[in-house]
Design a protein around this ligand. Structure first.
Ligand SMILES: *Cc1c(COP(=O)(O)O)cnc(C)c1O
Length: 369
């Protein structure tokens, strides 16, 4: 048996005709940039997020950049960013001319450790950037309390957390802006790069929309300089089709995670992900922790199972951030995680039989260790 890490073909096969119709419609109407398909998707996606406004943009990195910029974040400002995330989170901070201040991870959900964040607040700190890593929301009551204490804006990186909730409430209720990526492999993915900002703040929504489109409202009335980061019509149309299935796909991911939980239980040395109370974890990734991670990874690969590591190098240890002069011992948890985490195959169409195959391989590897 061979099991890919994600299987975008299986999903495409299940909605092929609808996608063909949606793409044809865009081509026939030549609505290539923004336009009615993007507007319709924005409306539906805002609603599905329980929020008032959605602005379709070029990608998830830009969504973070545009939200930060539109909140007035800029040169000299600092943003608290988890050490264990994709580089886009901190890149968006630097793109504004600001400084990412890395925060160590905690051991339960592998999220930003708010105790470490507290120690890193300065007079220049303007924003806290929670990342709902692997699809599991951070404790947003705690984030809100923390941000309130220091007068910080909250920009949420929801790139892995489509349809996730905290305390039964939509994530958009907990901060200034939620930033989504529709990279093809995300829980809701376009057929290329796309992203969105979701917010309940009407004024912020207006500024984001203008900034993403050269700082204009109409065609040539530029009120300020912005950027060109607009969602393409093809992506809006494809995402409009796929959004209808998001709940069903999310449910399937949760079922698959439940199967992994059950089948991996009791294997010595294998730490399963902890589903924290009060969250709807949407399992963008199913990440286990093992001592001999590279050995297990190679063993699974030899038996046809593709895996990933999210992420193999904590951000402060990347060459890109060597100028910040972080020492690995400053981020002990993130550093340890980077060497032990392993992302198992996870997608809605994964079968029980495939999960059993993966779990049995892990059991036999652990038994021979
Ligand atoms: C994918 C991702 C992004 C960036 O999204 P792009 O659409 O690829 O620019 C940002 N943050 C996290 C945590 C991600 O996983």
């Amino acid at each position: 048996m061979t099991i890919p890490f994600v299987d975008l073909k299986a999903q495409y096969e299940s909605i092929k005709q609808e996608i063909a119709d949606a793409v044809t419609e865009v081509l026939e109407t030549r609505t290539f940039i923004l336009g009615p398909h993007v507007a319709a998707f924005e409306k539906c996606f805002a609603k599905s997020c329980g929020a008032e406004h959605c602005i379709g943009v070029g990608n998830g990195t830009d969504a973070l950049f545009i939200a930060l910029k539109s909140l007035g974040f800029g040169p000299g400002d600092e943003a608290l960013v988890p050490a264990n995330t994709f580089v886009a989170t901190s890149e968006a901070v630097s793109m504004c001319g600001g400084r990412p201040v890395f925060v160590d991870a905690e051991e339960a959900g592998y999220h930003m450790d708010l105790a470490d964040a507290r120690a890193k607040v300065t007079a220049r700190t303007k924003v806290v950037l929670p990342v709902h890593l692997y699809g599991q929301p951070m404790d947003m009551d705690a984030v809100r309390g923390f941000a309130g204490e220091f007068g910080l804006k909250i920009v949420q990186d929801c790139a892995q957390a489509h349809a996730a909730t905290f305390g039964g409430k939509p994530l958009a209720e907990f901060g200034d802006a939620c930033c989504y990526s529709f990279f093809p492999g995300k829980n809701l993915g376009a057929y290329g790069d796309a992203g969105a900002i979701v917010t309940n703040d009407e004024e912020l929504a207006g500024r984001c929309r203008m900034f993403a489109n050269h700082g204009r409202r109409g065609k040539y009335d530029h009120e300020f300089e912005g950027v060109n980061s607009r969602m393409d019509g093809l992506h809006g149309a494809v995402l409009g089709v796929k959004l209808k299935y998001l709940d069903q796909w999310t449910q399937a991911r949760r079922t698959n995670a439940g199967a992994y939980d059950e089948l991996l239980a009791g294997i010595p040395g294998v730490v399963r992900p902890v589903a924290l109370p009060g969250r709807r974890h949407v399992y963008h990734l199913y990440v286990v922790r093992v001592r001999n991670r590279d050995g297990l990874r190679a063993f699974l690969s030899e038996h046809g199972v593709a895996t990933g590591v999210h992420y193999p190098i904590a951000l402060p240890s990347l060459t890109a951030y060597s100028h910040l002069g972080a020492a690995p011992q400053d981020f002990p948890v993130a550093g340890r995680l980077a060497g032990e985490i392993l992302s198992l195959p996870m997608y809605p169409e994964l079968s029980r039989e495939q999960i059993e195959y993966v779990a049995n391989l892990i059991r036999s590897f652990a038994g021979n260790a």
